[in-house]
Ligand binder design. Structure first.
Ligand SMILES: [Zn+2]
Length: 337
């Protein structure tokens, strides 16, 4: 998203309706994780989240230029080429955090805005904590400990760092496969993730998911436990998708399949996508590359609104301007092999 930041100032000069017309991009897919009026320790250090007021201002902006549509309507538009009279938007939220139920759903219901929530099946009911959230909690814990231990850097097996900032960066680089390092180091620190899951309950519970379905929201898969797909084998990619869809069907009776890639779809091969649509019968899948096209029309890209603390209008307009600039270079389609 960095290049887009340079377009924030010029984006203020162009009305959004002009940008939509100029680019013919009539489908807007903003993407969030959660909304909270309190700091969330497990998300801190990873990305910024919006508070209720900012979120309402975002959606008022979306509604003033785009019409809200459901995910099945989006499918009709994308796959069955249902004509669009007006520009449309569909909201999606990844990771299945509890703010979806307590804050987001009530706000959206009041304004009659449909949305989709993509869940990691291993995290529903607070069974387990995403490894990146564990890292965020470790960083917060270290920051408190520096004071107590005269600024001494802790030794972490497999992590090389010479100062606080490089240690934080090194921790943020840890991967899905480094779970043993993450778990053993957290034990040394006295951090108890099970206790955190019990007391904070950061994720949705099964009865809340059922209630969201009953109230008309769409539920999709975000994999079993959120690995970076480019770091796992093709067989593991398929297992993450199959197992999560099976869980959603058995537990919540969800038969229509939608999938959003955990982290990103970067480096995911055409072979996987072909399997996803042809064998697994997934209707639509989602990445996070902004206003881009992909090789298959079933794969749609969303705009990560939380990647910047600015107002949605500026983020969306600079995304449109970025699209205009890239169209001169013919670089609005993602290349895959
Ligand atoms: Zn995610």
């Amino acid at each position: 998203m960095n290049a887009r930041k340079f377009l924030y100032i010029p984006s203020g000069l162009v009305p959004v309706d002009k940008l939509i017309k100029l680019t013919s991009r009539k489908i807007l897919l903003p993407f969030y994780h959660t909304i909270s009026d309190e700091p969330l320790p497990h998300v801190n250090h990873l990305y910024t989240i919006r508070n209720t007021k900012q979120f309402i201002s975002d959606i008022d902006f979306f509604c003033s230029h785009f019409e809200p549509i459901s995910l099945s309507e989006l499918f009709e538009v994308v796959i069955r080429q249902k004509p669009l009279k007006k520009p449309v938007f569909h909201l999606t939220f990844d990771d299945g955090l509890k703010g979806v139920y307590s804050i987001i759903a009530p706000i959206l219901e009041k304004k009659s805005i449909p949305a989709t929530f993509f869940l990691n099946t291993q995290f529903i009911d607070n069974k387990e904590l995403f490894y990146r959230y564990k890292i965020a909690l470790i960083i917060s814990c270290l920051e408190c400990n520096y004071e107590k231990h005269n600024n001494k850097l802790p030794e972490i097996p497999g992590v090389i760092a010479s100062n606080r900032s490089s240690l934080k960066q090194a921790l943020l680089q840890l991967k899905y496969d480094d779970l043993i390092i993450i778990d053993s180091f957290s034990k040394n620190l006295g951090l108890d993730f099970d206790e955190y899951l019990r007391t904070e309950q950061p994720y949705l519970k099964s009865d809340e998911v059922n209630d969201l379905i009953h109230r008309g929201f769409t539920i999709g898969s975000h994999s079993v436990d959120h690995p970076h797909f480019k770091e796992i084998s093709l067989n593991d990619q398929k297992a993450q998708v199959m197992n999560s869809f099976t869980f959603l069907m058995q537990k919540f009776n969800i038969e229509t399949k939608y999938f959003s890639f955990p982290f990103s779809d970067e480096g995911v091969r055409i072979e996987f996508f072909d399997w996803l649509y042809d064998t697994e019968n997934c209707r639509l899948s989602f990445g996070t590359s902004g206003l881009k096209d992909d090789f298959n029309k079933r794969h749609l890209h969303r705009i990560p609104v939380e990647s910047n603390a600015g107002i949605a209008e500026k983020i969306i307009k600079s995304e449109y301007l970025y699209f205009v600039l890239k169209s001169f270079l013919n670089k609005n389609e993602i290349q895959r092999t």
